[in-house]
Design a protein around this ligand. Structure first.
Ligand code: HSE
Length: 307
């Protein structure tokens, strides 16, 4: 089974490392091979320890040349139009090629359109929401329950910054640290202004609540205007919320009675309320190895026929 990897930054490199580390111990990985990797510089056909361009061109050239069975998209999000990923997904899914993605833009912009093409070519997107902490894949194992409400902390960078602000660290300093640790988006404004959390909420609302929404339909505000992150026993958290009447992301004051009050640092959490029960999950929301694990777990689940 041949893979084409798009993007070879922190996440892409962590994914390849995981794959090489676990290839012998995970039976599903035995026949998986890297057919090529594309980054901004060009294409490396096959795999070598040092990235070396041996073919000029973009993701489309690589797709034609490698003829992959699976595309692993770990490029950074382009929210202008989702490209080149979105266009490539459409071609690949029509060809019956599967996609595993950590790139939020194509699904936040055109979820229904992409989903309508899923058939022989499957689509794994755990890595788009809460990185390697099961969110999308948790929802896959709640069959038959009707999701009524979703509430969560879906951005690691802002939760990390707010937590540092509770302790008195200035905003800018905390942001620099989040960037150094590989939590922030390439353009960190997308974290700070709530856009990244809104993109994740869009994907969740489409997938779990059968909504037909794009990121452009979501009301959101980030943490750019938060001056006091903690007041008495109240903490400000960036809360993503969806129910039948609204879908939105806003900084919200939480009290200790709320389970989300205790989610600090880069941790994220998701509270899913269905007609049967409420389930809460928490875990790292960002970080190269965690995002890579989102894609890596999808790869194994896809090979098991679960995705
Ligand atoms: N920048 C994102 C975050 C990365 O901080 O949550 C994970 O999607």
């Amino acid at each position: 089974m041949k893979m084409l990897i798009l993007g070879y930054g922190n996440v892409g490199k962590s994914f390849v490392k995981l794959l090489l580390q676990k290839k012998e111990s995970v039976p599903e990985l035995k026949d998986v091979e890297i057919g090529g990797i594309v980054n901004r510089r060009g294409i490396m056909l096959g795999y070598r320890d040092e990235f070396e361009v041996n073919l000029k061109g973009d993701v489309f050239t690589a797709y034609e040349k490698v003829k992959p069975d699976i595309i692993i998209d770990m490029m950074s999000a382009n929210y202008k139009d989702g490209n080149p990923s979105l266009t490539l997904y459409k071609t690949a899914l029509k060809d019956g090629v599967s996609i595993i993605t950590t790139n939020k833009a194509p699904l936040a912009l055109a979820y229904r359109e992409v989903m309508s093409l899923v058939g022989k070519g499957r689509l794994g997107f755990q890595g788009t929401v809460m990185s390697g902490t099961p969110s999308i894949n948790l929802l896959r194992i709640l069959p038959g329950a009707e999701v009524k409400r979703i509430r969560g902390i879906l951005n690691g960078t802002t939760n990390f910054i707010l937590t540092r602000m509770y302790k008195g660290q200035p905003f800018e300093e905390a942001l620099k640290e989040a960037q150094r640790l590989g939590y922030a988006e390439e353009d960190p404004t997308l974290d700070i202004n709530g856009f990244d959390a809104a993109a994740k909420l869009t994907i969740l609302a489409n997938f779990a609540m059968k909504k037909n929404v794009s990121i452009r339909d979501i009301n959101f505000e980030g943490i750019q205007n938060v001056k006091e992150a903690i007041r008495g026993n109240k903490k400000v958290k960036l809360i993503a919320y969806a129910d039948d009447s609204k879908i939105e992301v806003f900084p919200t004051e939480l009290t200790p009675e709320d389970p989300l009050y205790y989610i600090d640092g880069v941790e994220n959490a998701l509270e899913i309320t269905t007609d049967i029960q409420t389930t809460v999950i928490r875990g790292p929301g960002a970080g190269p190895i965690n995002a890579a694990y989102g894609a890596f777990s999808d790869l194994i689940l896809l090979k098991r026929g679960f995705i």
